[in-house]
Every structure is written in structure tokens, then in C-alpha cells.
Design a protein around this ligand. Structure first.
Ligand code: NAD
Length: 457
């Protein structure tokens, strides 16, 4: 008999207090969950589309009445600032509402052909596994689950080991809203345990994975064995290109939070600040006080801009990138318990140094000078990733040229915005595969079936 997986301790990263101990799913429990999900999915797909839409809207409404509770739970288990956590809980409601609007609009096509009528149907895949990371437990749970459910699938969500509590609460709210039993299940567990058991299970017909590139590659290889569709949202090392003609005050004022939001544990964090050489010194003079002014502390205090890292392990990992030989500008961080790390700008790194190329996933960014548009774009593209990026310039033609030239899925001009539920999101290169969110989100959870009906004879 293989040993049962150990329970998962859930810590408050701002205090290191134990919040809960959560049972980790065994292989038998994973198998049982997939069977329940399969049965629930058949019933769900047979419902009238209007009824499925109504139930999802009801789920959204129940989430809406629990936004504050979910937000407080996110603050406690993930260390997110209260403002962010409220937005994140509200985002789950928005995702459900948006997906509910798609249920009755998930139309196929009628294609002109000779000798008959040709129509396509967008049919649900069956059971979808959503494997979520710890950096945005609530929104990422919603990104995969809401459109998958709306397209007629069942969902099994495996939250990250360190952040299962909001997901478990969402599953309770789904039942309260009247979603069929077994349709939306949450199975906490380890990655190599319940995570891999789900990916390998033949009853799971699609995997939506968000996390590290390393694990994403493994998940993709496992999916290949069963020719199972997979969406991957992996890491990033996104550039923030500041041209000499930019509104420098605005670019410098916004640069710190563009990589410090969520303590830098954000796949879209603009962690490579590339500044055109003529304004490099001026930019530094503006950005340094902005960095030092960022309020780091108790995430439950509404005035806090940055909380702790998720774990001691993550803090060690982040610190390993900032060697003693590097020139750094540091902001503040509290002393005492909690996984704190100060906002950090690294100056004088070489473009090929690990801190300038690899995803640090903490409040650390490098500042590098560049000469001219061509070199700026070349440096922007000099990582294996391609998730996001920002371009700061007053020249509209250049803004478009550079945005088109950067090999990344989500660009913003004179802004650092990346994610909206209405627009597609995903990466180039090692940042991932496939797109989530936006108008096509539901279609990603369907098979296209083509049917030809002869009108002859
Ligand atoms: P991870 O990729 O190991 O874990 C993400 C999720 O995958 C978790 O739910 C985990 O339990 C699960 N998982 C792990 N191994 C698995 C496997 N073999 N099969 C199926 N599921 C598995 O990430 P991590 O260890 O939590 O973080 C490490 C680094 O990953 C971070 O420092 C950061 O660089 C990156 N990361 C990126 C994102 C992102 O949004 N792109 C999110 C989290 C982490």
C-alpha cells in the first residue's frame, strides 16, 4: 500500500501562524472525483443552455455576497494586500458573469458545401482539470473554471499546496448556488501527487495549468501521452521599455508597482526596466524615491501597497538572485515574523545575468540602458519568455511598431495593464501555450464537430 500523502499545513505568510491543515487527496480520491465529475458533466451538458447560464449567474451572485469573506481569506493565506484581494474576489464574480453570457452564444457555423448542409457544433470536452498556483489563487481558479463550466464541462480544481482555502470555499459557494453536486470540485493535494494523478487520469479531457515553466513542461509531456489538450500559463520576465521621448515622470512613478504588485509574484511583473540611454540618469533619479515610498507591511491594512512573499522557501529563492556584488536600490520591509523582502532595483547587471533573464518571482527588477529602438526591441526579446511588456513613448507610430516587435502575448502602451477578463491572455515562447479569457475563452473548452447532411435523393 502506498503511503497516504501528508496533510498540507497552510500558513499566514505575514505572521507565519498556522491557519489550517488541509487533507491532501489520495490517488483513490482523485479517481473517485473524476468519476463523480464525469456523471455530473453528462447531466450538466443535457440541461438547456438558458438553465446552465442561470445557474452560473446564480453562482456569480453568491460569490458577490461573499467577496469580503473571500478577500479576507486571500489576505490570510496568500498575504495579498486587502485592496488586491477584494479585486481578486470580485474578479471571480466577473468571470462567472462573463462566462454565463457566453453559454447561449456558443454557436457553431453553417458552411456552404455542395450536395447538402454542413454545420459545426462546439461540444464540451468532458472533465477539465485546473491546476492553480499560489500567486493568484482566486482569479486563476476562475480563469479556467468559469469558461470551462459555461462550455458544458465539469471542473476539478487543484489549488497550490500553500493556498487551498479560498478554492475550498468557492466549491462550497458553488453548491450553495445550486450547481449540481460533483460539477465543480476542489481537490487539494501535492503537485506530484494529486496534480499528476489528475493529469494522467484518462477521464480528464483537458488540463489548464498555471505555474512554473519547469512543471508546465512536465505536465505537457504527460498530456502528450494521451494526446490531451493542455493550456499552459507559465512564467515571464517582462520588459518595461522607456524611450527618451516618454512622459518620464509618469513612467518612473508607475515603474515600481509594475513589478512590486503582489510582492513581484506575478507572471506579468515588469522586471526588466529598459531605459533609453539619454534619459537613464534622469529616470533613475525619479524612480528611486518612488521605490522607497512604496508602503510594505501588514497586508490587511488598506494603506499597504506590498505584502510578504508566500513562503520562507520563496524568500530564499528570491534572495539567491541578488548577489553581494550587485549594485542595488532598496525600499523598506518590516522586521520580525513574516516572509518579507524589500522592494529592490538592481543596477549594473549584465543583460545575460540570471537576475536579468530568469523569473525571480519576487520584488526585484533590473534596470538596463539601451541605445535606440532596434536595440530596445532586441533586449526586450532577449529571454526565453514572452508574456507581457510595456512601452513608454509619446510617438504613437513607434508605440505600435515596438508593441508589434516584442514577442509577447500582452503589451501595454503608456500603461502596465495586462489582464482583463474581456481580452485574451497568454504567452509566447516558454511563457505558455494557448490563450485564456476574452471572447474566445469558452471555445477553448470545446471540440468542434462537423456534420454534413445530404440534401440529395
Ligand atoms: P509549480 O509550477 O511547481 O506549481 C504550480 C501548481 O502546479 C501547484 O498547484 C502545484 O501543486 C502543481 N504541480 C507541481 N508539480 C506538478 C506535477 N508534476 N504535476 C501536476 N501538477 C503539479 O510552481 P511553484 O513551485 O509553486 O513555484 C515555483 C516557481 O514557479 C515560482 O518561483 C515562479 O517562478 C513560478 N510560478 C509562476 C506562476 C505563474 O503565474 N506563471 C505561478 C506560480 C509559480
Amino acid at each position: 500500500m502506498p503511503e497516504a500523502p501528508a496533510d498540507l499545513p497552510v500558513l499566514n505568510p505575514a505572521t507565519e501562524e498556522l491557519l489550517a491543515t488541509v487533507h491532501a487527496a489520495t490517488p483513490e480520491e482523485v479517481d473517485r472525483a473524476v468519476r463523480r465529475a464525469t456523471a455530473a458533466q453528462h447531466r450538466w451538458a443535457a440541461l438547456a443552455p438558458a438553465d446552465r447560464a442561470r445557474l452560473l449567474r446564480r453562482f456569480a451572485a453568491v460569490v458577490d455576497t461573499h467577496v469580503e469573506e473571500l478577500a479576507r481569506l486571500e489576505v490570510a493565506e496568500a498575504g495579498h494586500t486587502l485592496g488586491n484581494a477584494r479585486w481578486e474576489a470580485g474578479n471571480v464574480r466577473e468571470l462567472l458573469e462573463y462566462a454565463a453570457g457566453g453559454v447561449e452564444r456558443l454557436t457553431g457555423r453553417q458552411i456552404p458545401v455542395a450536395g447538402g448542409i454542413d454545420v459545426t457544433f462546439l461540444e464540451p470536452l468532458g472533465v477539465v482539470a485546473v491546476i492553480a498556483p499560489w500567486n493568484f489563487p482566486l482569479p486563476i481558479a476562475g480563469w479556467g473554471s468559469a469558461p470551462a463550466l459555461a462550455a458544458g464541462n465539469a471542473v476539478i480544481l487543484k489549488p497550490a499546496e500553500t493556498t487551498p482555502l479560498t478554492a475550498l470555499r468557492l466549491a462550497e459557494l458553488a453548491l450553495e448556488a445550486g450547481l449540481p453536486d460533483g460539477l465543480f470540485q476542489v481537490l487539494p493535494g501535492t503537485g506530484p501527487g494529486a496534480g499528476e494523478d489528475l493529469v494522467r487520469h484518462p477521464g480528464v479531457r483537458k488540463v489548464v495549468f498555471t505555474g512554473s515553466a519547469r512543471t508546465g513542461k512536465r505536465v505537457m509531456a504527460l498530456c502528450a501521452e494521451q494526446v490531451k489538450p493542455v493550456t499552459l500559463e507559465l512564467g515571464g520576465k517582462s520588459p518595461n521599455l522607456v524611450f527618451a521621448d516618454a512622459d518620464l515622470a509618469a513612467a518612473a512613478a508607475s515603474a515600481p508597482m509594475s513589478f512590486l504588485d503582489n510582492a513581484g509574484q506575478d507572471c506579468c511583473a515588469r522586471t526588466r526596466v529598459l531605459v533609453e540611454r539619454p534619459v537613464y540618469d534622469e529616470f533613475l533619479a525619479l524612480v528611486e524615491p518612488a521605490l522607497r515610498a512604496v508602503v510594505v507591511g501588514d497586508p490587511a491594512d488598506p494603506g499597504t501597497q506590498m505584502g510578504p512573499l508566500i513562503s520562507a522557501r520563496q524568500r530564499e529563492r528570491v534572495d539567491s538572485y541578488v548577489g553581494p556584488d550587485l549594485d542595488v536600490v532598496r525600499g523598506n520591509a518590516p522586521e520580525g515574523p513574516g516572509f518579507w523582502y524589500p522592494p529592490t532595483l538592481v543596477l549594473g547587471a549584465r543583460p545575460e545575468d540570471p537576475v536579468a533573464v530568469e523569473e525571480v518571482f519576487g520584488p526585484v527588477a533590473v534596470v538596463l540602458p539601451f541605445d535606440g529602438e532596434e536595440e530596445g526591441v532586441r533586449l526586450a526579446n532577449a529571454t526565453p519568455y514572452g508574456l507581457s511588456g510595456s512601452v513608454w513613448t509619446r510617438d504613437g507610430a513607434r508605440a505600435l511598431r515596438v508593441a508589434r516587435g516584442i514577442a509577447a502575448g500582452n503589451l501595454s502602451v503608456n500603461s502596465h495593464s495586462s489582464v482583463r477578463y474581456q481580452t485574451p491572455f497568454g504567452g509566447y515562447g516558454e511563457s505558455g501555450l494557448g490563450r485564456e479569457l476574452g471572447p474566445d475563452a469558452l471555445a477553448a473548452f470545446t471540440e468542434t464537430k462537423n456534420v454534413f447532411i445530404s440534401t440529395e435523393g
